[in-house]
Design a protein around this ligand. Structure first.
Ligand code: SF4
Ligand code: SF4
Ligand code: SF4
Length: 311
């Protein structure tokens, strides 16, 4: 018999979230995602393995990391400060243990379901008063389906509702089983691009399975009203008329009722650099274009539309 893993890598638990589903929520960011969106806002959570992350502004120049590293992966560069050679680093985390300034840290920590829920439960009063709860995000929760399923059940036993935040790329049966759970009240379902070629080019995978899973959830009367579509909008990538209209037609056909629009922001660039990579910079659509898209979904497709993170 298979057993769910006891622990999962958690990047962070964000309390008092108000843009990750209804009410006041604690958002749990799990590590590991099967996509690699070029604009990812949490690029440090894509790799399912532990990583070392730098916060260069915290560095006090004590050089402890240089002397402790068993692999000679840390050097000091007069212009850049501490430089980690990621080809040598095996993420032993000895440097992070020594770095009192927290300029070097593990991206995530292993947590049990009970440890996660003990923190989330501290705010149960806020959830109860605002129809909030916890949101399981990432990364991608479907990469940890067995453990997440248990987490949802355990939250239910403690009277906590759950919002699932998924990119939709994962095993259909596991997704459906989770979506059907009574204490799952909402499902934030990403739609990066309805165009498969664009989807492949910018996320690294086809949208075929994602749209299949979306249709599956929308076709079931027990799950359709839980769906809130989430669309990152990146100028010149997925905000053109053709793509927006094809997306609207799909939403009308399958009967989803709510959509969140998320204009691009560049927060991922620094995080990606801090785990040893680079991320391209994009632009968000103009305010006029955002308003046009909002009006289209509201007036022509009859959806409830919310624009999140509008600067
Ligand atoms: S699906 Fe989300 S977490 Fe995964 S790569 Fe895309 S933006 Fe990042
Ligand atoms: S141990 Fe931390 S604070 Fe000291 S030099 Fe290294 S990164 Fe900077
Ligand atoms: S985590 Fe990497 S850089 Fe830090 S001590 Fe270990 S091998 Fe060296």
């Amino acid at each position: 018999m298979n057993h769910a893993p006891e622990k999962v890598l958690v990047g962070s638990l964000q309390k008092f979230s108000v843009e990750d589903g209804p009410g006041i929520r604690t958002t749990i960011f799990l590590k590991g995602c099967p996509l690699s969106c070029k604009w990812c806002h949490n690029p440090e959570l894509i790799d399912p393995q532990q990583q070392l992350i730098q916060s260069p502004n915290n560095c006090i120049g004590c050089e402890c990391c240089v002397s402790i590293c068993p692999r000679g992966a840390v050097t000091i560069n007069p212009e850049e400060g501490i430089v980690i050679d990621r080809t040598k680093c095996d993420v032993c985390l000895a440097c992070a243990d020594e770095c009192y300034a927290k300029a070097l840290r593990p991206v995530a920590r292993q947590m049990t379901i009970d440890e996660i829920l003990r923190i989330a439960e501290q705010d149960k009063g806020f959830y109860d008063n605002t129809e909030g709860g916890i949101t399981i995000s990432g990364g991608e929760l479907l990469m940890h389906a067995e453990l997440v399923s248990k987490l949802i059940d355990e939250a239910g036993k403690r009277g906590i509702n759950v919002c699932m935040d998924t990119c939709g790329f994962g095993e259909s049966q596991a997704l459906m089983e989770m979506a059907l759970k009574e204490n799952v009240t909402d499902i934030l379902f990403d739609m990066k691009s309805i165009d498969d070629a664009v989807h492949r080019a910018y996320t690294g995978v086809s949208n075929g399975l994602i749209i299949y899973n979306l249709r599956m959830l929308a076709a079931d009367a027990r799950t359709v009203d839980k769906l809130i579509m989430r669309m990152p909008l990146i100028k010149g990538v997925n905000d053109n008329d053709d793509m927006i209209k094809r997306t609207g037609e799909l939403y009308r056909e399958i009967g989803v009722k709510r959509v969140n629009l998320l204009p691009y922001h560049s927060l991922g660039i620094g995080k990606k650099r801090n785990v040893g990579g680079t991320q391209e910079e994009f632009e968000k659509p103009t305010e006029e274009r955002l308003t046009e898209i909002e009006i289209y979904f509201k007036d022509e497709i009859n959806l409830e539309v919310e624009i999140l993170g509008r600067a």
